[in-house]
Design a protein around this ligand. Structure first.
Ligand SMILES: [Zn+2]
Length: 267
């Protein structure tokens, strides 16, 4: 950001701190001899604020957000090909390019899960009828029901590891997630489920993406989706496309809804 934006950036930071206990570490400011732009823009601070507000509102307000996350430090840093990363009290975004509102919710949800000893994703796994079993995954690898290479992920149609148990973690998801790939596990499932819940059929920054994640399964096999590439979408529909295309009919939506309403014991 530019020098003339410093004042409004400082106001934004103070606001995020006081309302949500979200501390953004600035990479901009007065350098040794001249102003340092850093990588953040005012627009990104606004985007962060809006997304945090969406999550806090779903939780029941800013006090619940503070209680659930227990304070978060947000920064940008070098992280290879990842767009974001999170652990307890910490969320990072890549210092290359920008981040989406979806990524904010996804990473904040990881920080929430982490603040509860990663038990929220365990609850989601149980509630949806899934389980994690690397040994059974290995058995599958050599006996069919496997949509990846023998050595794991292949970047090709029908080889991205979307089937139950066909992933690095040996995660056998239950019910119908909005998608799965080689890196899917219960933590990613929880973060994506909360993001889907926030966006689904609302009119916010996540809504279009939430709809696109479901609509791709209406495509035929081998058809290219502009966001998700080519895959055998029709074949995958039975694992991911919700009843009547209505995501609120999935166990994930119901779990997150109950969690947000304080009806899940772990919280
Ligand atoms: Zn994640």
């Amino acid at each position: 950001m530019k020098h003339f934006e410093a004042h409004s950036a400082a106001e934004k930071l103070a606001y995020l701190q006081s309302i949500y206990h979200v501390d953004v570490l600035p990479d901009w400011g007065d350098g040794e001899s001249q102003w340092k732009d850093g990588t953040w823009s005012i627009g990104e601070l606004d985007k962060l604020d809006h997304a945090v507000t969406l999550l806090a509102n779903a939780m029941g307000g800013e006090d619940r957000f503070i209680q659930h996350l227990g304070g978060v430090i947000v920064k940008k840093r070098e992280m290879g090909s990842h767009g974001g990363e999170a652990m307890q009290h910490r969320v990072s975004f890549s210092n290359k390019g920008t981040f989406s509102s979806w990524t904010v919710i996804h990473e904040m949800t990881h920080a929430w899960d982490a603040n509860y000893g990663w038990k929220l994703s365990v609850e989601l796994e149980k509630y949806t009828g899934g389980f994690t079993n690397p040994l059974l995954s290995k058995v599958r690898r050599f006996s069919g029901e496997w949509d990846a290479g023998r050595n794991g992920l292949e970047s090709a149609t029908g080889r991205r590891g979307r089937l139950r148990g066909c992933n690095k973690a040996g995660y056998f998801y239950g019910d119908k997630p909005s998608g799965s790939n080689w890196n899917f596990n219960r933590k990613e499932d929880f973060a994506e489920s909360v993001s889907m819940y926030i966006g689904w059929q609302k009119d916010n920054d996540l809504s279009e993406w939430a709809e696109k994640r479901i609509k791709r399964y209406l495509l035929g096999n081998g058809i290219k989706d502009n966001n998700f590439g080519v895959d055998n979408w029709a074949d995958y529909a039975k694992y991911f496309y919700p009843e009547d295309g209505d995501y609120t009919k999935t166990k994930r939506w119901k779990f997150v809804d109950e969690l947000m309403r304080g009806k899940i014991a772990a919280v």
